[in-house]
Design a protein around this ligand. Sequence first.
Ligand SMILES: [Mg+2]
Length: 240
Amino acid sequence: MLTYAVPASGRTGRSAATGDRSGHMKALVQSDFDGTITEEDVSSFLLEDFAQGDWRRLLREYREGRISVADLNIGAFSMIHADKATLLGALKGRVRVRPGFSELVDYCLNNGVRFVIVSNGLDFYIDAVLKDMGLETIEVHSARAHFHPEGMRVHYIGPDGNLLEDGFKEAYTRSFLRQEYRVTYMGNGNSDTVPAGYAHHVFATGELLAHCRENSMNCNPLESFSGVVRALKQILQLQI
Ligand SMILES: [Mg+2]
């Protein structure tokens, strides 16, 4: 039988599980959202439809390594003046979740594996997508968006409760490692390469998969989440 620490959950609620004095391993899955849980990038849908300005210039600067992903999102989303209902309405029927996601969440819940979404994406659409699937209790750490007619304001809060300007995902990964979790990481993009480098196991697609292959980093290709469940069972059983 698998015996792990009880998962904590809730964006604002409980803190992380504390050390397990019985010596059992604590397991945690940290997942990106856009392009990992969803098949496409939800942020891009919104920026393409609503940004009133040259957000693609910021995207180029990010891809050239000149600005952080936080600067990209803070700058690009400030070009959106629409309200939350309008943005969520525009996403209706467009967000496709990778197959097997509910199965993976159930597996983690039933086996004491803490499941955490850490995303540079925005809280309001992540919450809406999870709620649509009846999965709104999942622990999420993401950008906080505030709607204003003069432009959306976005900020990031790190695991210590302070504002973060860069390195959001890896700040959480390092925090989980300090709490002695064995971390399995799932991601797809450039902003996942650093946190994946800290993790014990990696499931990767897209740019992250290419990065792992180019740098001879151990990883499993992420296709469906059913495949992740099968691989997680093997990983966790080997570690008992
Ligand atoms: Mg992503």
